[in-house]
Design a binder for this molecule. Structure first.
Ligand code: HEM
Length: 152
């Protein structure tokens, strides 16, 4: 069976473990996102093609909650901005409601793979300065996040 098309990402395993240990921890999936495999999410493509250069857009969102609403992390509409073998993953700014401002959440290196054309992986995924605030300043800049795969 071919791999499902989209951006497949576990975000950060230790964060998901932390949430699942909270009495009211939850992950609410919006449209265009599916839970797959072992604690991973599949964000649907927003466009037909995935390229190793330029912007690759995905849609869908997940909202993590806990601590009676004090904890709220939204990861929405992830886009990959790829340039010369590395890139940034941006999401809609979770602190704004205008649905156009984006912030870089993590940086990554592109592993083009070999087997399936149009598919690649993001490795060395690391938290950005803006991402630090999204996670309540618990992690530092450069904190490792999960690698991801893109299947076209
Ligand atoms: C009532 C307020 C809060 C309390 C009492 C609290 C408590 C804790 C505790 C005890 C840990 C350590 C867990 C462990 O190592 O097993 C932790 C980790 C963490 N908390 Fe909170 N927290 C609160 C609010 C928040 C908020 C608002 C966020 C926003 C995103 C947040 C994000 C995190 C993250 C990202 C970690 C690290 C998880 C990991 O191990 O990767 N927390 N918190």
């Amino acid at each position: 069976m071919p791999a499902a098309i989209g951006l497949r990402w576990g975000i950060k395993q230790s964060f998901l473990d932390y949430l699942s240990g909270l009495p009211d921890g939850q992950a609410a999936l919006g449209d265009n996102v599916t839970a797959v495999g072992d604690n991973e999410l599949l964000f649907d493509p927003a466009e037909a093609t995935a390229s190793l250069d330029g912007i690759v857009k995905f849609t869908g969102e997940v909202r993590f909650g806990g601590h009676r609403g004090l904890l709220f992390v939204r990861v929405a509409e992830p886009w990959l901005h790829i340039d010369g073998g590395c890139g940034r993953l941006t999401v809609l700014d979770p602190t704004l409601t205008d649905e156009t401002s984006r912030i870089p959440l993590v940086t990554f290196l592109v592993d083009p793979g070999e087997a399936i054309s149009g598919s690649f992986a993001g490795t060395h995924v690391r938290l950005t300065e803006e991402g630090v605030e999204i996670f309540n300043n618990v992690y530092s800049v450069g904190e490792p996040f999960e690698p991801f795969t893109v299947t076209a």
